[in-house]
Design a protein around this ligand. Structure first.
Ligand SMILES: NC(=O)c1ccc[n+]([C@@H]2O[C@H](COP(=O)([O-])OP(=O)(O)OC[C@H]3O[C@@H](n4cnc5c(N)ncnc54)[C@H](OP(=O)(O)O)[C@@H]3O)[C@@H](O)[C@H]2O)c1
Length: 329
């Protein structure tokens, strides 16, 4: 089978034997995978890596069950599946030790992967493999970031990365009003088409936190899906107003910004909740939500498995609007 391994920041294609599913394992024929910001960080040697050696990258995949090991009860050959982002967080509290795909163990940029049956979720017929492969990291993160959002709430999304686009789409299905930021008029138009109620260009309006207050009558956002980190947090606090908003602390795509003033945080009354994608149960809950309130994942481009380096370049350019997907026919 073909795999790609990350070696010194580059993807190297190799031929390897198809794994044999062990007791309790499922052999997945990978049909599609997708890229996330963390994959770039891992390749660039910038992500908390706890394994050495040339691992197979990527955390997200969808495919079909090619074989099952002894004792497997959850799946049978031919079933359509996607992976849960964390292979060992089924439900409840975060386990003490998490082992990430691509940085702690082999990920999904391979034609076949054998994993525990408990690390997989059934892929509904309503979703293609390409769509399914967009969900494990970005969509589940958006879903857990929005936990508790009520109809009429104002949800603020930042930029047009994978997490933010899913947050916009899911927030609309929850009945929220969405204020979204981006950096170009072209992407602003696409956000509006996707359902954003208000779009703010964060380059043209560096004080976009104030713009969020203005567009909400001075109240601010109820939920902020904070993916920018140091580059956006100070403005997010302005956008939070003073009415005890919740900030889902997701990421750090905005590299630099002013320090966060303690008194600003104190005055806002905001709750800051750290997100760690979600458990398998969160993934299943998201799929249940999609069954009654479907959304179409935004896919920017689809590359053949062998074109993984080109897919990475497309993703790295940040010109994409939506997920960059790889397929294996
Ligand atoms: N904690 C968790 O559980 C978790 C889970 C998933 C992801 N993450 C983290 O969340 C972040 C987003 O991940 P992703 O995969 O969605 O990223 P991504 O797809 O790579 O996002 C890229 C986009 O970020 C936007 N961006 C960059 N700088 C920005 C700024 N200063 N203000 C607003 N937007 C900005 C840009 O949008 P425009 O082109 O529109 O400007 C860019 O296109 C990453 O830091 C990732 O590590 C964390």
């Amino acid at each position: 089978m073909r795999v790609h391994r990350a070696e010194s920041g580059r993807l190297v294609r190799r031929e390897e034997p198809v794994p044999e599913p062990q007791r309790g394992e499922v052999l997945v024929r990978v049909r599609a995978t997708s890229l996330n910001y963390r994959d770039l960080l891992i390749l660039d040697g910038d992500h908390f890596t706890n394994a050495s050696g040339a691992l197979i990258p990527l955390s997200d995949a969808a495919g079909e069950v090619a074989a099952v090991g002894e004792g497997v009860t959850r799946f049978a050959t031919g079933d359509r599946v996607l992976n849960a982002f964390h292979s060992n967080w089924i439900a409840g509290r975060l386990p003490d030790a998490l082992v990430g795909y691509g940085n702690g163990r082999d990920g999904w940029l391979a034609e076949y992967r054998a994993v525990s049956e408990h690390a997989l979720v059934a892929l509904p017929d309503s979703l293609t493999y390409e769509q399914g492969a967009t969900l494990p990291c970005a969509a589940v993160t958006a879903w857990t970031s929005l936990a508790g959002v009520r109809p009429g709430d104002v949800v603020l999304t930042l930029g047009t990365g994978g997490v933010s686009l899913f947050a916009l789409q899911l927030a609309k299905t929850l009945g929220a009003r969405v204020v979204a930021t981006t950096s170009s008029p072209e992407k602003a138009a696409k956000l509006t088409e996707l359902g954003a109620d208000t779009v703010i260009d964060y380059r043209a309006t560096p004080e976009w936190g104030k713009a969020v207050l203005d567009t909400t009558g001075g109240r601010g956002a109820d939920r902020i899906v904070e993916v920018g980190g140091p580059g956006t947090f100070a403005q997010s606090l302005v956008a939070a107003g003073t009415h005890h908003a919740e900030i889902a602390l997701v990421g750090f795509v905005g590299a630099e910004g002013p320090p966060v003033e303690f008194m600003d945080l104190f005055r806002s009354g905001a709750t800051v909740r750290k997100i760690w994608v979600g458990s398998r149960e969160d993934t299943e809950d998201l799929l249940r939500q999609l069954a009654v309130r479907p959304i179409e994942p935004v896919v920017d481009s689809v590359f053949a498995f062998d074109d993984a380096p080109a897919a990475l370049e497309r993703f790295r350019s940040r010109e994409n609007f939506g997920k960059v997907v790889l397929t294996s026919a």
